[in-house]
Design a protein around this ligand. Structure first.
Ligand SMILES: [Zn+2]
Length: 220
């Protein structure tokens, strides 16, 4: 039998035996009414990111959309899964906040910097066009940055600029623009450093990311 499927099935059995019974009441409550998550969390499909754990959230609190490079195609350009999730989350679920969360060691950002690495993946290559403007801005900022700041690597600048660009794209979606205008919705951009646990956040309108909590959780 398929070894990986076996491993997944074993995980389901452990969930049913150990986790579910302890939280059965919570799960029953969760389906007794319509879901009402307070946040739409848009992040990368990277397997090392766990939005629920990262935000210490519970079942039903976070509506999640994931794709390569945590991108949001501008409205009308590529109407598809991401656009539908946003519209549903804002118009039907009435989420109060949307997070666009980028992260360290992102393969999509590496692909943008090295197009040859994605040349054999035409779909990925096409998808990365959603971040092309961020690449241009990042290259400019990196070229203009003082020598003392060269430790700020191009990929780090690109990761930030990509999040800021996707926040702009987010606001081209009519449902989002309308909810922001009615003050029912706010948005923010996050950078999650997988290896250290650090999170930096930029509120809507900010161009810089501010460290949240401790610089390195493991040294506390
Ligand atoms: Zn990624």
């Amino acid at each position: 039998m398929d070894e990986i499927l076996q491993r997944l099935e074993e995980g389901v059995r452990r969930f049913q035996a150990d986790v579910f019974p302890q939280q059965a009441e919570m799960f029953a409550q969760a389906v007794s009414e319509k879901q009402s998550p307070h946040t739409l969390f848009i992040t990368c499909a990277d397997s090392r990111i766990d939005p629920i754990a990262l935000t210490s959230s519970s079942t039903g609190e976070i509506f999640v959309a994931r794709n390569i490079g945590n991108m949001v195609p501008a409205y009308g350009e590529m109407l598809g899964g991401v656009s539908a999730v946003i519209e549903f989350a804002v118009s039907s679920l009435c989420v109060r906040h949307i997070v666009v969360c980028g992260h360290s060691h992102c393969g999509a950002m590496q692909g943008l910097l090295d197009p040859a690495s994605v040349a054999t993946m035409p779909t990925v290559e096409s998808w990365l066009h959603n971040a092309h403007a961020a690449l241009i801005v990042a290259e400019t900022l990196h070229a203009e940055s003082p020598k003392a700041q060269t430790s700020h690597q191009l990929i780090d600048i690109l990761t930030e600029q990509n999040v800021l660009l996707q926040m702009q794209h987010l606001k081209t979606h009519p449902s989002v623009a309308g909810a922001i205008a009615r003050r029912h919705l706010t948005i923010s951009g996050w950078i999650y450093s997988i290896g250290t646990g650090e999170v930096r956040i930029a509120s809507d309108g900010e161009q810089t990311f501010t460290l949240i909590g401790t610089k390195s959780p493991i040294s506390v």
